[in-house]
Design a protein around this ligand. Structure first.
Ligand code: FES
Length: 272
């Protein structure tokens, strides 16, 4: 008699040895809402930032520089007399200078522990939510190429520090007026100030930062300074998701503000 076909292989939550529950999950709440909102929020940022990164226009409204274009590393940057222009790349670079610098904050966020969770759930449904089985048959985690590259997050953290320092420098320059005199303050100064505060808070709350500051110590009592710093970073770290979103929104709003002022759509209100 012909051999009957082999039963289909069972993987993941259906594999042998797991509880034989037919339902894909037993959750009755709206577990899909968070990954859906996450996917929508991240998609909105990707669309906006892609448009702005390639726009190559309206990123400087004296004395404000858009954080998407700072530091401006191309030799094709608009004239920015206040020192935000660092033309390290020669004449051969003809594309938008934002593309030269955005690699670093983008890589930092793309490999961030929180964003990984967010986009694995929001876009790959891997898994869609806690206690909801993922649709994929195999799971190799981050043990293979390309996801093993997520391990370079610590190095992106090192790059994030100089970028944040340069954005801080831009905020200091936003306290000067067009003639270079100190004491200027406009709504744009405040927008950039809030943005850099959130960027620093997000950067300092990084899991790699927490490990660098207080990890691999046998005795906290022998390292009181590192211990103290570790507790501060730990407090920020517990708000890492919140800071990730706030700083993402603030950096887009800061860029939008500079765009509106530079394009003439909006007049920067001045307080001093
Ligand atoms: Fe999120 Fe490092 S873990 S920035």
């Amino acid at each position: 008699p012909p051999t009957p076909p082999a039963p289909p292989a069972r993987h993941g939550v259906l594999s042998a040895g797991r509880a034989a529950i037919a339902a894909r999950h037993l959750r009755t709440d709206r577990w899909w809402l968070q990954p859906l909102l996450t996917a929508l929020g991240l998609s909105a940022f990707v669309v906006y930032s892609t448009w702005r990164a390639f726009a190559n226009a309206y990123y400087y409204a004296e004395p404000y520089v858009s954080p998407f274009y700072s530091p401006c590393l191309g030799s094709n940057c608009v004239d920015m007399p206040l020192g935000a222009r660092w033309p390290l790349f020669g004449e051969w670079w003809g594309l938008s200078p934002a593309l030269l610098v955005l690699i670093f904050p983008l890589g930092f966020r793309l490999t961030c522990y929180y964003y990984r969770k967010a986009y694995y759930r929001g876009f790959w449904a891997s898994p869609p939510a806690c206690a909801v089985a993922e649709p994929h048959e195999k799971y190799t985690g981050e043990t293979r190429f390309p996801l093993i590259l997520q391990n370079i997050h610590r190095y992106f953290f090192y790059f994030a520090i100089p970028v944040a320092l340069i954005l801080t420098y831009d905020v200091v320059l936003a306290f000067r007026d067009e003639q270079g005199a100190w004491g200027h303050m406009g709504l744009g100064t405040l927008v950039l100030l809030v943005n850099i505060a959130l960027i620093w808070a997000y950067t300092a709350s990084c899991h790699s930062c927490r490990h660098i500051v207080g990890g691999r110590l046998r005795h906290f009592s022998k390292h009181p300074v590192r211990y103290r710093m570790w507790t501060w970073v730990g407090k920020l770290n517990s708000r890492h998701m919140l800071l990730a979103w706030l700083s993402l929104v603030s950096v887009a709003l800061a860029d939008l503000y500079v765009y509106l002022v530079a394009s003439g759509a909006f007049d920067d209100p001045r307080f001093f």
